[in-house]
Design a protein around this ligand. Structure first.
Ligand code: NAP
Length: 445
């Protein structure tokens, strides 16, 4: 059995100099799914597939280290919806991604294993750097973004999200964040916001960067001051950050949520216009037909609240809402989408798109620059974490279950090497000046 106690102790004692050359154990604790179990839920309804049965926490060999890579101690991580997808083996088992990566290169072969260590967000400390790494050193406190890309191909040099080798770390690659020690590419690292705890810092990377690209970046909707933005799932992982980007960029958010508690959170966060979709009981689908009258009812509600149609619709629920999203967007407006939680096969009435010169923009995670800018806003205390609850690594399956059943708000954190919540703050003054915003989602838990 490998022990990481000496590493944890050095980090908690602030003995950064000890970390260069510190002994790395041969095995570590990790959360993973098994290839031999990838058919375990076959034939079951999606919601009945239980991440608590498929995610295991056990010792595995310590992730390897190659050129341009960094080994880091993971202090905390967070649940993302991709954790849910991997753990229920939908829409396909992620072992297919690992096999493909294994065929691409010698280094890629390391990923093609019969277990998949998952997790796509991390905060922690650099322990060891591979050949060619110059910008980071042991002892650096970091967060990780999940754009895992080689940057050898010419196609990626305008925007690494269109590089042919682009993958999501811990979803389409092995050696993700749910491990005491993980391996990442050096170009995934960003400075950890010093006023945040390990678990708060770990909930930013994936969803904050994705929302940044969708709304703020010219690669996404390129929001301008005064834009009305309809945000589905406005207290969820993506939506909780989207609401902040709209407010801080001078837009007018209209948040959609599914309970009075979530309405209260958004109001407390400064979002004035909120729609409770459960209370309104929208029925966009009547069997396999959509109901334009219900689209109209949503549009009327948005106009009543915001005085206008949305310039931008922030889409991710997919099939259930997409027809409504295309309909309610303003003439000339934008529907920006990054997901299809309720189904991939979207249907919408194209007359409302072309006659009203609307556009649909596909968006996926973020390039390094976009992730860096999103992290910088958090570092400066301008965008805040939306962490509501934190679980120990041993209960990562339960945390994924909560997200799968939509029982959560904001983000669920996972303590990995950090022994308890609340550690890792090195700028208490900045924290004190934003305490209420930082802890907003925790208060409603
Ligand atoms: P999340 O934390 O579960 O939040 C999503 C929210 O959407 C839910 O809390 C729910 O809020 C709302 N929602 C769910 N189903 C809905 C439906 N049928 N109609 C209306 N609202 C619905 O998840 P997330 O982290 O925000 O991720 C959302 C989706 O985006 C997932 O499919 C995820 O895989 C994807 N994603 C993609 C990328 C990318 O780079 N492409 C990045 C991050 C996430 P209410 O119940 O309160 O309405």
């Amino acid at each position: 059995m490998g022990s990481t106690d000496h590493i944890r102790r050095a980090i908690l004692d602030g003995a950064r100099a000890e970390l260069a050359g510190i002994g790395i154990p041969e095995s570590v604790r990790a959360g993973f799914v098994r290839k031999e179990e990838q058919d375990m839920f076959e034939g079951m309804d999606s919601k009945a597939k239980d991440p608590r049965k498929s995610i295991h926490v056990e010792e595995v060999p310590t992730p390897p280290l190659g050129p341009n890579e960094v080994r880091m101690a993971v202090m905390a991580s967070a649940i993302n919806y991709n954790t849910v997808w991997t753990s229920i083996f939908e829409p396909l088992p992620t072992f297919a991604f690992l096999e493909r990566l294994g065929k691409e290169s010698e280094l890629g072969k390391r990923h093609d294993l019969d277990y998949h260590i998952i997790g796509s967000d991390a905060s922690g400390v650099v322990l060891e750097i591979g050949a060619g790494v110059t910008r980071w050193k042991p002892g650096d406190e970091v967060t990780v973004h999940c754009n895992y890309v080689d940057m050898e191909a010419p196609e990626g040099h305008d925007d690494s999200m269109i590089d042919p080798s682009q993958r999501i770390w811990g979803f389409e690659s092995n050696f993700g964040a749910f491990a005491d020690i993980t391996m990442v590419k050096a170009n995934q690292l960003m400075p950890k916001p010093r006023h945040l705890t390990w678990e708060e810092a770990a909930c930013l990377g994936l969803v904050s960067s994705t929302s940044y690209r969708m709304l703020v970046s010219p690669n996404g909707a390129d929001m301008k001051q005064g834009d009305v933005v309809l945000i589905w799932g406005a207290t969820g992982g993506l939506g909780g950050f989207a609401a902040q980007y709209v407010l801080s960029g001078g837009g007018i958010p209209v948040g959609v949520v599914s309970s009075p508690d979530k309405v209260d959170i958004l109001n407390a966060a400064g979002v004035e216009h909120v729609i409770d979709r459960k209370a309104e009981d929208y029925r966009f689908w009547d069997g396999d037909q959509q109901n334009p009258k219900e689209w109209r009812r949503l549009g009327k509600k948005i106009r009543e609240l915001a005085g206008d149609d949305p310039d931008i619709v922030f889409e991710h629920p997919g099939r259930q809402t997409f027809g409504a999203s295309v309909f309610v967007a303003k003439k000339g407006g934008t529907i920006v989408t990054c997901a299809s939680t309720s189904g991939f096969m979207h249907e919408y009435d194209n007359r409302y798109l072309w006659m009203n010169v609307k556009k649909i923009i596909g968006s996926h995670f973020a390039n390094y620059k976009e992730a860096w800018e999103a992290n910088r806003l958090a570092y400066l205390g301008m965008i805040h974490p939306i962490l509501s609850k934190t679980y120990p690594l041993a209960e990562v399956g339960e945390a994924a279950y909560q997200v799968h059943q939509n029982l959560h708000t904001g983000k669920l954190g996972v303590l990995v090497m950090a022994p308890e919540e609340g550690l890792g703050v090195s700028d208490p003054e900045l924290r004190a000046s934003h305490k209420d915003e930082i802890e907003l989602f925790k208060k409603f838990e």
